[in-house]
Each structure stands twice: as C-alpha cells, then as structure tokens.
Design a protein around this ligand. Structure first.
Ligand SMILES: [Zn+2]
Length: 155
C-alpha cells in the first residue's frame, strides 16, 4: 500500500462511508471500496461456480450461492461502451468543457463483466472507440485512489 494511504481508519465502516459518501456504500459494496484504498480493483466472484458479477450483490446471479469473495481482477479489458459528458455535477478532476469521457470496459476475466469509469489523462482521443484495449490505472481524486483506464499494451 502506498504510504499516502496508510490509514487504519479505512477499515472502519463509518470512515469508509465518509470517504466514498457519494457512492452509496452498503454491506455488499464495502469490500470493493476498501480495495480501492489499496489500489486493488475487487470484483465479487462466486466461490462455488466461479462466476464474476458487478455491481456487487450478496448472491451469485448464476447459481444463487451466497458464497461470494471480492477478488482482484487484472484490470485489462476492452472498451465496450463510450459516452462523452458535456455537462454534469461538479466533480474533482472532471472538465465538462472539453467533454468528459466515460467508458464501460468489458474486463478480460469474463464476457459481459463490465466496469464503468473514465480514462486516464492523456488518453489518445483517436483511440477512444469501441474495442480499444485498455488497462487499469489509479489516479488521485481528492486524495482518494480512483480507478481509471489507460491505453492497453497491445493498443
Ligand atoms: Zn455461482
């Protein structure tokens, strides 16, 4: 864990909720957000059938097992859906004037396993298209590690 984020309070539910106030933290998503503080993208995976799912739910959508483990993914995938926001609520690091890109990435771990965020600063605009390979990067937003996507190695 980077020194900037050595913070015991991160394991406390109240502190976690305070830190990610706008994200709707609940018992199912808490582990995912704790992972972010360690710069690990944790996605729920079923212990019984191996199925991944996101957003986090308490039960496996494939086999209805309650045995779910938040598990780190590689962060590699391809752009599945792309939007450009030209207005929205004020947010750290977001500039709507130039158009704020939002990407839904299909992660390599499983077809249809998708995670939505934005792209890293300097992402080549001519590669902002469906199918572009991307890889996970972490940036600071108000001192909190935030997952974004950069251009993948074979991109
Ligand atoms: Zn399952």
């Amino acid at each position: 864990m980077p020194a900037d984020f050595e913070d015991d309070s991160a394991t406390d539910d109240t502190a976690l909720i305070a830190r990610f106030g706008g994200h709707g933290i609940d018992r199912d998503s808490a582990a995912h957000f704790r992972g972010r503080l360690e710069r690990r993208l944790l996605i729920h995976r079923c212990d019984d059938c191996g199925r991944w799912h996101h957003p986090p739910r308490p039960m496996c959508p494939a086999c209805w097992s309650w045995n779910i483990t938040p598990t780190e993914v590689s962060g590699r995938g391809r752009i599945h859906l792309l939007m450009t926001l030209h207005q929205g609520p004020p947010a750290s690091g977001v500039d709507y004037a130039d158009g704020h890109p939002v990407v839904t990435v299909e992660l390599e771990e499983q077809p249809a396993l998708r995670f939505t965020s934005t792209v890293a600063d300097g992402f080549p605009t001519d590669r902002l298209e469906i199918g572009t390979p991307v890889t996970l990067e972490w940036v600071d937003r108000d001192g909190t590690p935030t997952p974004v996507f950069g251009l993948g190695e074979d991109g």
